[in-house]
Design a protein around this ligand. Structure first.
Ligand SMILES: Nc1ncnc2c1ncn2[C@@H]1O[C@H](COP(=O)(O)OP(=O)(O)OP(=O)(O)O)[C@@H](O)[C@H]1O
Ligand SMILES: [Mg+2]
Length: 170
């Protein structure tokens, strides 16, 4: 599967929603990316969950800025690159928003089932836990969140190219 194709498919599903919500989306795709052996539907589900969250936090940040009379441009950068780690090659997808970021103490809890900061009835807290399950169990990859220079969160998904390395306990 061509990594860029998976991203394109997701934006066929969600692109209009991002456009309606006036989020400026840019793509930074490294040249010559290798194919990844994945079930495209599963990976799309992961990206839909990450992108839906990004859309929600960008809307929240924009509402907060509007209440304070500040200008705010909602931005999302989607990148795909390749990286070698411990003799294994990975394709890395990154979704970087410029909303609030994630406090360090929540960076792993976010992926727990039912963890949500939304109002009761607004979110089940399952989006990222489902994404985590798909990435680590079905696709043998890794998913995590980092801060980014835009002040927001960067969700990253690393997927092995070719044969997946054996699952490690670390
Ligand atoms: N891009 C982001 N920036 C900041 N916080 C985020 C971001 N994405 C997710 N979160 C935080 O992670 C929590 C868990 O996300 P998750 O997708 O698992 O559940 P949810 O969005 O609250 O509910 P659901 O996805 O079931 O509608 C969110 O409630 C939010 O606090
Ligand atoms: Mg969610």
């Amino acid at each position: 599967m061509n990594p860029e194709k998976v991203l394109d498919n997701v934006f066929i599903l969600l692109g209009e929603q991002f456009w309606i919500h006036q989020i400026s989306v840019s793509h930074e795709i490294e040249n010559g990316l290798p194919a990844i052996k994945v079930d495209a539907n599963q990976l799309e589900q992961v990206f839909v969950n990450i992108l839906t969250n990004a859309r929600q936090v960008l809307d929240e940040k924009a509402e907060e800025a509007a209440r304070c009379g500040e200008a705010f441009e909602k931005r999302l950068v989607c990148s795909i690159s390749r990286e070698s780690r411990q003799e294994h090659e990975y394709v890395i997808f990154e979704f970087a928003d410029n909303a609030f970021g994630v406090p360090d103490e929540l960076k792993t809890r976010l992926f727990d089932p039912f963890f949500t900061t939304r109002e009761p009835g607004e979110g089940t807290g399952l989006g990222l836990s489902i994404a985590h399950g798909i990435v680590t169990d079905a696709l043998r990859g890794k998913i995590w969140v980092e801060d980014n220079p835009a002040g927001g969160a960067s969700f990253k998904v690393a997927l092995p190219v070719g044969e997946a390395p054996c699952a490690s306990t670390s």
